[in-house]
Design a protein around this ligand. Structure first.
Ligand code: NAG
Ligand code: NAG
Ligand code: NAG
Ligand code: NAG
Ligand code: NAG
Length: 487
């Protein structure tokens, strides 16, 4: 029902279909929306009426059956010995019950509901909504209006009849947030809370615009602004309101996610570093390929279950330079909040890339044949990759799996940043500062083949410096070809 709390932070821009009709800028077209709304309201009223008829019928039956069962005064066996009792009982259970159960199951498929379901609203697009929002914000900007005044219909000293609802203000706040204007977004969210209409609670819950949704948005927006204290208190409010729902699943879900956010913040601040290097955790990896016996890897094992390991000094300076050279001209921006750019590098892009691939196979003991190309990322100041799972469990375990079923992830650190840029494992509770030339490897799949939620990972915001990282997601497909002498 509720998407994981971090997924919203990672939302890309929605695809928008161009249409001939432009609802937001032409008043004639907007007027046609009024007519559509009228029609929908008509169908809804009909549907509600028919539903009410059904409820009335069901209630009658239920009352009548209840009265009969209340007549059972004597012991059940002597009571049913009377044919005047047993015959109608048999009839009710054998014939009537079936019919009533059918009535219960039967949806009011035809008629108004069908009309509602079939009403095509795809002509009204995200773009139209964005245009309409822009229009509203333009008005606010031109006349330097307070959000509160706009919401209350007070424009330039004139009081209008119309007002914006809490849900409307939330939508404006979300739009601003998607434009990176977190500060103004918070103000609109604040107004949304002020305007909140108690009596709309049941409807708002269905529309996911209830009070705790507003606090959730507020917490995330403050987090993006690096206002950790502010986001923490917003998340507290979120929990408070969510607890009032009496929905333990929801509350636990939120608690889990908030816990991750809090741990992640600590990881990123260097409060949960991996314990000092011990002989037990540091070893030279020599088993496996002949290559490893000649040039063993220096492996620092950070977690056993799921496996997380850091391989030191595995990427040469020429290889690091080559990867950066190969991508520098082709980096593409990803969203506005994230402040990082990325580019894919084909497996045969250069001799360096090919030998890196062989090394990754040696390090992990996994086949790369079915995997996605290497991705090179450049994180600028405040660039980060928020808490995420690299893996999605497929519905059917049939090869080839969807590409999202990634058995392991390898992060190659091409540069080192001065401040920030920690690698964080929120569910495992540790973070560390990666060093240039090292490779971080972790497994995303548990022993049963499902994605392992403990492998949640994040790249903390870069505070000072630029971070270059290359990622190899290793597909779950093709691993049956794994050479038996390897791990
Ligand atoms: C988005 O926010 C980042 C960091 O706060 C900032 O550097 C960037 O310029 C902003 N982008 C836009 C489009 O406003
Ligand atoms: C939101 O409102 C509270 C009090 O109503 C205030 O303390 C806070 O500064 C406001 N935040 C913003 C971003 O306007
Ligand atoms: C955040 O809270 C901590 C302790 O709760 C406090 O020491 C710190 O000054 C606060 N930071 C800001 C920016 O308010
Ligand atoms: C990367 O590019 C720089 C400048 O174009 C060049 O001097 C260097 O040799 C290149 N490095 C590799 C490994 O190709
Ligand atoms: C890499 O392989 C593809 C297809 O096999 C080929 O089209 C491309 O030219 C190759 N690129 C290089 C740099 O060798």
């Amino acid at each position: 029902m509720l998407s994981p709390i971090w997924s919203l932070l990672l939302l890309g821009t929605a695809t928008v279909v161009a249409t001939e009709v432009n609802y937001a800028t032409s008043t004639r077209d907007i007027a046609s929306l009024l007519q559509i709304e009228d029609e929908l309201v008509g169908y809804m009223r009909q549907y509600v009426q028919e539903l009410q008829h059904k409820i009335n019928k069901m209630r009658k039956v239920q009352e009548e059956w209840k009265t009969r069962s209340e007549h059972v005064k004597t012991a059940a066996e002597s009571y049913v010995a009377n044919p005047l009792v047993s015959f109608p009982l048999m009839l009710r259970m054998h014939v009537d019950a079936k019919k009533w159960l059918e009535l219960g199951r039967e949806d009011i498929q035809k008629g108004p509901l069908q009309e509602l379901v079939n009403r095509d609203l795809t002509g009204i697009t995200d773009m139209d909504l964005q245009d309409a929002t822009r229009g509203l914000l333009h008005l606010q900007d031109v006349y330097s209006l307070e959000e509160r005044d706009v919401a209350k219909g007070k424009l330039n000293g004139i009081q209008f009849d119309s007002r914006l609802s809490a849900a409307d203000c939330l939508a404006v706040g979300s739009h601003l947030d998607s434009l990176n204007d977190s500060k103004l977004a918070c103000k609109w969210l604040n107004v949304s809370l002020e305007q909140y209409e108690e009596h709309m609670d049941p409807v708002y819950k269905i529309m996911e615009t209830g009070r705790f949704h507003i606090w959730e948005k507020m917490g995330k927006t403050l987090l993006e602004m690096h206002d950790l204290n502010g986001s923490q208190s917003a998340f507290k409010k979120l929990l408070e309101w969510a607890s009032k729902e009496d929905d333990t699943w929801l509350v636990n879900h939120l608690l889990d996610n908030l816990r991750y956010i809090a741990v992640n913040v600590d990881n990123c601040r260097g409060k949960n570093i991996v314990p000092v290097k011990s002989v037990l955790r540091c070893r030279y990896l020599t088993e496996g390929s002949p290559f490893l016996r000649l040039a063993p890897f220096k492996l620092e094992q950070l977690s056993l279950e799921p496996f997380v390991g850091l391989y030191h000094d595995v990427i040469s300076s020429a290889e690091r330079e080559d990867l950066i050279n190969l991508t520098q001209s082709r980096l593409e921006n990803r969203g506005t909040h994230l402040n990082f750019v990325e580019a894919a590098v084909e497996n045969n892009a250069s001799g360096y890339v090919e030998s890196l691939h062989r090394r990754i196979e040696d390090m992990t003991g996994l086949e790369l044949g079915e995997s996605e190309p290497l991705m090179v990322y450049n994180f600028g100041t405040l660039g980060q990759h928020f808490i995420h799972l690299d893996c999605q469990t497929p519905e059917n375990f049939v090869e080839p799996f969807p590409k999202e079923y990634r058995s392991a992830t390898v992060l190659l650190y091409l540069t080192e940043v001065q401040v920030g840029g920690y690698a964080s494992f929120p569910a495992l509770g540790f973070g560390f500062k990666p060093t240039r030339g090292s490779a971080l490897v972790w497994h995303n799949i548990d022993s049963s083949g499902n994605c392992d939620s403990r492998s949640l990972q994040a790249t903390c915001p870069v505070i000072l410096g630029t971070q270059w990282v290359a990622t190899k997601w290793i597909s779950g497909s093709g691993q049956w070809r794994r050479k038996p002498c390897r791990k």
